[in-house]
Design a protein around this ligand. Sequence first.
Ligand SMILES: Cc1cc2nc3c(=O)[nH]c(=O)nc-3n(C[C@H](O)[C@H](O)[C@H](O)COP(=O)(O)OP(=O)(O)OC[C@H]3O[C@@H](n4cnc5c(N)ncnc54)[C@H](O)[C@@H]3O)c2cc1C
Length: 405
Amino acid sequence: MKIVVVGGGFAGLACAKALGGSEHDVVVIDKSNHNLFQPLLYQVATGALSPADIAEPIRKLLKRYPNVTVLLGEVAGIDPDQHQVRLQDGTTLSYNVLVLATGARYQYFGHEEWAQAAPGLKTIANARDIRGRLLRAFELAELSQDKQEQQRLTTTVVIGGGPTGVEMAGAIAELGRWTLKDEFRRIDPACARVLLVEGGERILGQFPAELAQYATEQLARLGVTVLTGRRVRDVTAQGVTIDEEFVPAGTIVWGAGVAATPVAQWLGLPPGPGGRVAVDRHLAVKGVSDIYALGDIALLEQDGQPLPGLAQVAKQQGEYLGRALRQGWEAAGEFRFHDRGNTAVIGRHAAIFDFGRIKLKGRIAWLLWAIVHVYLLVSFEKRLLVSLQWLWRYVTRARGVRLIP
Ligand SMILES: Cc1cc2nc3c(=O)[nH]c(=O)nc-3n(C[C@H](O)[C@H](O)[C@H](O)COP(=O)(O)OP(=O)(O)OC[C@H]3O[C@@H](n4cnc5c(N)ncnc54)[C@H](O)[C@@H]3O)c2cc1C
């Protein structure tokens, strides 16, 4: 059987690995040549890690499976009747079974023009771009003779109070207060402003209130101003309008909303919430045959709630589907997500971990967060590299990748 897997992220890679060595002919297509560990992307954006620390070529990760072929290509359409996938360059590929795992992308609630001034954090290119903007803003502030302009340039607004927004805000504050401190003569990076803007009543809506409260206090300790229940009305290169107030800013980061890649459109199906496609308990897309959807693009309810867009959901779905396609549905049973806990880090010695009944915060959660993230990295080489750099940064507070591209 020919199985085409579109996307070599958390879900697609797990599925391809589970099918590795089977009798099936597996083709993995991805528009980028690497698998990316997105949970640590904010550390690339703030100069703590370099892109290669958290990315690995998909080809390398699958090289040990002779039945798996990896292709670099961007899927642009699907013909479910003909069982064909169309790539951007016009090439077509036939399949017996199609596995879609193309993930999510940032959405700007109908204001796509904001993306220019407020990039989201999804790819290595985004992380490099944000790192460049942050560091350049401090350089331009040092060059400027105008106090107001210096203040604007050293103000960063992070939009969206989910885990990515919190992690970015905390890391940017640490960058100014610890890493860049004492390196400038005309400005004081320790006085740089960081604002975190959230439309909901509190940050970290998916975490219990007590953990979100702790995160808010820790952000305040780092000097981050957390604004909740506030709406972003406009974003320009000069700053952000929050409700009626204009906040001049040198760097703006978007972390407010994501939507699935356009799989529903490719399949001619009505998109569900967040653009996702509905799947059954075998992860088969409802309304078409021989097509499965995994990870951030799949809409599946469990215990009355849609499963969240998390790496652990994507990975478990990929492993399940690979196993099911290999061993049959009877052996695999139905998919069920097992929650291994939800975490976010705010800064040095400050993280939260929610295991349901057990809730951790502070130093223990921070240590656990670090151990789990190192463990989840895709190879031993990356685990070693990241551990060493974190150890060095822990001792020196330095960030080694402060390059403006
Ligand atoms: C900054 C950030 C931080 C995060 N932190 C956490 C965290 O701490 N914990 C957690 O559990 N989750 C976290 N997440 C969410 C987690 O990364 C996602 O839930 C997970 O990546 C989803 O896996 P996926 O396989 O569905 O998609 P992805 O991992 O995004 O993979 C999708 C793949 O499809 C490819 N692709 C996309 N479109 C096409 C196309 N048209 N043709 C070919 N290939 C295509 C992409 O190149 C990519 O390789 C974070 C996400 C981000 C952006």
